[in-house]
Design a protein around this ligand. Structure first.
Ligand code: NCD
Ligand code: ZN
Length: 352
């Protein structure tokens, strides 16, 4: 690859962590994702959460209906179930047979719609054992929730208090440490001993590769830069960028694009979540180019995710061009609007 390419071709990527919500707004956000990605892991934190195979099947049908209305037949939603204190081993086995891609662990109270999350992993022993037995991945929102722990430390503390003990108890369980935000998480995943098995991975969002916590406060409070886990210091951003561009197959693309209406963000107690789906690939290309590693984008975006999930890689190719694209100030979101990441600015890379 030329040192300063103006165009790159890659196998079509997938998004291994995505929120598309439900109802009317789903149509707007699905269209943005399906323009770029072939598949996406659909997060189950609806209200009420998607806790059973039956609920996931019904959600899947609603997604297919919206895709049909949009005339999209090239996008595959990969469904997940929300782990609770009461998830049974039977439900896990049923999910495996039904083709559910993964379970998601939200520590209770950690983030948007996580009230029904797990209060203590000891309640989940049977479900985790069943997941390990059938090879069902567990996706973790890796933050402790205790209010005494500083919000910037919650991910690092989670590693010691929850993740490491979990991996000791279930050494064969496939775990994805979702949307990692710290040097500690990047190094933990990089250095984890797995006996050569494919048992740990991590997703990384575009915002955590491109911004540090100053972006939440630059010139005033910036609600559209607030997501969970919250942006961290520059040293953490650098460690994440290093991990993402290292060609280590444990690190792969997951946008965590999390739509909330403009009104729900720009208020006294704004929701957590960045909407990156509008031009997520352009954002990732910018991050990789910033360290001269565009040649490492395809592995991160298109190969390592399906390899981890034991799914076939995509075959279709896409082209990204270095051609400035203006990002609108607002986009439609059902009856409301949404402010995308980089609203009102330009992004250097976009889909051809
Ligand atoms: C997500 C959401 O809004 O659903 N928000 C976020 O800031 N990332 C929830 C989550 O993934 O934590
Ligand atoms: Zn998320």
């Amino acid at each position: 690859m030329a040192t300063n390419p103006t165009q790159i071709e890659l196998i079509q990527p997938d998004d291994w962590h995505l929120h598309i919500r439900d109802g009317e707004v789903m149509k707007d956000v699905l269209a943005d994702t399906a323009r770029q990605f072939a598949r996406a892991i659909i997060m189950p934190n609806l209200k009420p959460p998607v806790t059973t195979v039956d609920l996931a099947n019904a959600y899947h049908a609603r997604i297919q209906e919206k895709l049909k209305a949009l005339g999209i037949n090239s996008f595959t939603p990969l469904m997940t179930l929300y782990l609770t204190d009461n998830t049974s081993a039977d439900e896990v086995r049923k999910a495996n047979v039904a083709g559910i891609a993964a379970f998601k662990l939200y520590p209770a109270g950690a983030t948007t719609n996580s009230d029904a999350g797990v209060t203590d992993l000891k309640h989940c022993h049977d479900a985790l054992e069943a997941m390990q037995a059938v090879g069902m991945p567990l996706l973790v929102h890796g933050e402790v929730t205790s209010s005494e722990i500083d919000i910037f430390d919650r991910e690092a503390v989670f590693i010691d208090q929850v993740l490491e003990p979990l991996r000791q108890d279930f050494p064969e369980l496939k775990i994805v440490f979702e949307h990692i935000t710290t040097l500690q998480a990047a190094h933990y995943v990089r250095d984890a001993a797995t006996g050569g098995k494919n048992t740990i991975g991590a997703t990384i969002t575009p915002q955590h590769l491109l911004m540090n916590r100053n972006a939440i406060f630059s010139g005033g409070i910036r609600p559209h830069h607030y997501c969970l886990p919250v942006l961290k210091r520059e040293e953490h951003r650098i460690a994440l960028l290093e991990a993402a561009t290292s060609a280590n197959p444990r690190f792969f693309l997951g946008t965590d694009s999390a739509p909330h209406s403009k009104g729900a963000k720009e208020t006294a107690c704004g929701c957590a979540g960045c909407y990156s789906a509008f031009n997520a690939l352009g954002l990732y290309a910018e991050a990789f180019e910033s360290v001269g590693k565009l040649d490492k984008l395809e592995g991160f975006a298109s190969f390592f995710g399906p390899d981890f999930y034991s799914l076939p890689r995509n075959t279709k190719k896409i082209t990204l061009v270095k051609q400035a694209q203006s990002i609108p100030h607002e986009l439609p979101l059902g009856d409301a609007t949404i402010v995308p990441l980089r609203a009102g600015e330009t992004i250097a890379w976009s889909l051809a």
